[in-house]
Write a protein that binds this ligand. Structure first.
Ligand SMILES: [Zn+2]
Length: 357
């Protein structure tokens, strides 16, 4: 009787420890969930419909939401919008310490472009990013280059002088490549491309394909990859692909109509969509890789994210997710896997490496 009782006690103790270890294991798995935030279409979505003031406000709200959760974000800028009215919003974003990547010049579908046109889109925005960064340092004289030279005319002489000193403190191989004597015709694309090749960039440069479309054929995809590598860029895919832009369109229409109830409904539907997409792609990672991956989330710089990002990040935090930089996320070997999928669709990297659309 005593022996049986002892066995019972031991079994109960073993069961207790098994449950404890299982819970610790689950907690560890939950803690391992990581997500990097990426925000496309900077300075902000639909500059033709959104005023510069509203664009800057949208950015400010997004930046505040990110700060509330200490979440780093990588923004992808459309080169042709990085001037005039868009600069204020870019300054708000980058001023909060978030880096900017290249999202092409005019947001085309790369499946429809020649290799030459691809490089042109890449290079024009590369220059615009360089000029914009230099302008933040007040080094406009060094950066007088490219298609929109008038952009930096506002910079005063005193500011230029101080800025040039400032610029010299920041080591960057790129700055020298675009320096040209005033009044001289800008160098052609070919020349610039050659000069940039082989030089170590000051930091990693990031690229995001518009619509996540990376080329229709293997040849086109490879040409794109080659052009990116030559310019020191790394392609930043997404794993959590979302349709936040669809909800934003509906949300903006409801707000324009003065329909607050409808706007709230769309906001709630947006949050549910983001949660569903997150669960879907997290499960897909488990299915195709058998493990967690550090995820990369796709967002756009738009009104619905301005109003709901804080709530969305709150949900991630509550679910045990940790916010990491793209740089850290992409150190995972998953991001070095070659794509199996080749075709016109814009897909999650999880779908690309296993062709499970
Ligand atoms: Zn985009």
């Amino acid at each position: 009787m005593v022996v049986k009782f002892r066995q019972f006690i031991w079994r109960m103790l073993l069961l207790f420890w098994a449950v404890c270890f299982a819970q610790i294991g689950l907690a560890r798995m939950a803690a391992a969930q990581q997500v990097a935030i990426t925000i496309d279409d900077l300075p902000y979505v639909m500059p033709s419909r959104v005023s510069p003031e509203e664009g800057a406000l949208i950015t400010q709200q997004v930046v505040v939401a990110l700060a509330a959760y200490d979440a780093p974000a990588l923004g992808f800028a459309v080169g042709q919008n990085m001037q005039g009215a868009g600069v204020q919003a870019l300054n708000v974003f980058a001023g909060a310490g978030h880096p900017l990547g290249n999202h092409s010049w005019s947001h085309p579908d790369f499946g429809e472009l020649s290799a030459w046109a691809f490089r042109r889109e890449l290079l024009r925005t590369d220059r615009q990013l360089s000029k914009w960064s230099a302008d933040q340092l007040g080094a406009a004289d060094v950066w007088a280059f490219g298609a929109s030279g008038g952009l930096f005319e506002e910079t005063g002489a005193a500011e230029i002088g101080a800025g040039s000193q400032e610029a010299q403190k920041v080591p960057s191989g790129q700055k020298l490549t675009v320096k040209k004597p005033t009044g001289q015709k800008p160098a052609g694309q070919k020349l610039v491309e050659k000069k940039l090749a082989g030089q170590k960039p000051a930091g990693q440069k990031w690229f995001r394909f518009p619509y996540l479309r990376e080329g229709k054929s293997a040849a086109q995809r490879d040409a794109g990859a080659k052009a990116l590598a030559k310019q020191g860029y790394r392609n930043v895919p997404v794993t959590i692909d979302t349709d936040d832009w669809v909800y934003n369109d509906q949300y903006m229409k409801a707000l324009a109509d003065g329909n607050a109830v409808k706007a709230l409904e769309i906001g709630a539907a947006y949050l549910a969509h983001m949660q569903e997409r997150t669960a879907h792609f997290d499960a897909l990672a488990q299915k195709v890789l058998g493990r967690e991956v550090p995820h990369i989330l796709l967002l756009h710089m738009n009104k619905i994210n301005a109003d709901y990002l804080e709530e969305l990040l709150g949900w991630y935090a509550q679910e045990g997710w940790q916010f990491v930089s793209v740089d850290k996320a992409m150190q995972d070997a998953f991001y070095d896997l070659p794509d199996v999928y080749v075709g016109p669709k814009g897909l999650s990297k999880l779908e690309r490496v296993h062709a499970v659309q």
